[in-house]
Design a protein around this ligand. Structure first.
Ligand code: ADP
Ligand code: ZN
Length: 445
């Protein structure tokens, strides 16, 4: 492929057209049938969940279709911890071919099991995401998510094979080699976390290259929250179009939901997952279009089929038709997990709100949020890197910049934050999921 060519060409519209564009009524019917069957499978094979159903006075006969879903008990990370490692396994271990585990962002590891059928469906989901981003067998797909227990590498690797892309299983790290291989082998698609994509973009620039020097055309980024501002930043440093992909280990991994070229939310693979939005405090199912906690019921998985699993991710579902032709519901970008939400002086603050302000004011996504408490008062400090061209500013100019950022943060968050501008490169770069928040209050509690 010619260097610098960055045209959007879609050789294939869908990976599984009959499913991705299925008539909504038919899709609901399919979900209903699969739900009824899955509840029976779990009841028969998972004593832990059967007990939870019995405690609510339920038997599988009470679940006749989608309309009965709300009767089922929720599962949460606490259940996974209690049932660790195999208490939620629904097939004999001898039927399983794979184990993956969470990256432990929230400090609690989850172990998930897969049969060959489960791996297959998961890879189909990732293949749908790659095709929706414009990928085809003509592409060279560089997978720079971590390989190993983390689901990112394995999932996109499998999806890339299914699409027929030439797959470059780079894993994360060794940034120098990533860029070298990207150029030497003509990678056209990059899959990694958005923070690693930003880092690769920064390294490219430092080496004196421009986006036109690399063959890359599209990126599929996820596994952590990222803002629209960060998307634009990555798109311009790498010269690509960036697509979002979402998933979690508990539901297989990445590929549960993905963006199409319309980029108006991520289509959830509803033939495999039923999505609900609930009030995180009361557990009540919220009407369509409300913001709340996303809950998934896996209706096709065999080994580790979680029913009504509470993700802690806060988002909105959208069922309005999408002009890409896919009929599956779309979820908004999660603003972060309810776990990530900081309560500072009684106000709810998400790191993504801070990121939006910083990027809108021309700073990079290299920042760190430090929350502390002294004399019963919470403090919020934001360390932000200066761009190299700002570094020569005078102390007065830097102080002015700090005050101006503080003003913008105050109007976004409703509370005051102290901004500290730092020299370029002083904040550690991430090759996987970035750690944005240091909450010192948690260390003492
Ligand atoms: P860990 O819990 O250790 O981070 P996972 O890799 O299973 O392990 O992480 C899944 C979580 O990552 C999701 O619940 C969600 O909070 C976050 N996540 C995944 N993809 C996205 C995305 N595209 N946007 C925002 N958050 C995401
Ligand atoms: Zn669409």
């Amino acid at each position: 492929m010619e260097p610098g060519r960055k045209v959007e060409v879609f050789l294939q519209r869908y990976y599984q057209p009959e499913i991705e564009t299925m008539d909504p009524a038919q899709l609901r019917q399919l979900q209903s049938e699969r739900l009824v069957r899955q509840v029976r499978h779990v009841w028969d094979n998972v004593p832990y969940y059967r007990k939870k159903m019995e405690e609510k006075g339920l038997t599988p006969d009470d679940i006749q279709g989608l309309e009965d879903l709300h009767k089922l008990p929720f599962l949460s990370k606490d259940d996974l911890r209690e049932a660790y490692p195999m208490g939620l396994l629904a097939t004999p271990l001898s039927e399983c071919v794979r184990i993956q585990s969470t990256s432990g962002t929230t400090g609690r590891r989850v172990v998930a099991f897969y049969t060959q059928h489960d791996v297959d469906l998961w890879e189909d989901c990732c293949a749908r995401a790659i095709v929706a981003a414009g990928g085809s067998k003509e592409d060279v797909c560089q997978v720079s998510y971590g390989y190993g227990l983390f689901t990112g590498g394995a999932g996109l690797n499998g999806g890339s094979h299914k699409v027929g892309c030439l797959t470059l299983p780079m894993s994360s790290g060794n940034t120098e080699r990533q860029l070298q291989f990207m150029m030497d082998l003509g990678a056209t698609i990059l899959c990694c976390t958005p923070s690693y994509a930003a880092y690769l973009g920064e390294s490219l620039k430092e080496k004196g290259y421009s986006p036109a020097d690399i063959p890359l055309r599209r990126g599929i980024f996820g596994a952590e929250p990222w803002t629209e501002e960060m998307r634009r930043d990555i798109e311009s440093t790498l010269g690509i179009k960036a697509y979002d992909i979402y998933g979690l280990t508990e539901t297989s991994g990445p590929g549960v939901a993905f963006e199409c070229q319309e980029q108006k939310g991520m289509h959830i693979n509803e033939d495999h997952f039923i999505a609900e939005i609930i009030d995180p405090d009361t557990g009540e199912v919220l009407p369509e279009g409300s913001k709340g906690e996303l809950v998934f019921t896996a209706i096709t998985k065999q080994a580790f089929p979680l029913l009504r699993y509470r993700t802690k991710d806060i988002c909105v579902l959208d069922r309005t038709p999408c002009s890409c032709g896919r009929t599956h519901v779309r979820m908004s970008k999660p603003m972060g997990r309810s776990d990530d939400m900081m309560i500072i002086r009684g106000v709810n603050v998400f790191p993504s709100q801070i990121e939006s302000v910083l990027l809108a004011q021309g700073y990079s996504a290299n920042y760190q949020i430090v929350v502390d408490r002294a004399n019963n008062r919470d403090s919020l400090d934001v360390n932000v890197e200066l761009a190299p061209e700002m570094f020569s500013d005078t102390v007065r100019e830097i102080t002015q910049r700090e005050r101006s950022l503080e003003g913008a943060l105050k109007s976004m968050l409703g509370i005051a934050a102290k901004v500290h501008l730092m020299p370029p490169k002083s904040i550690q770069r991430s090759e996987g999921k970035a750690v944005r928040v240091i909450d010192k209050r948690k260390l003492v509690d």
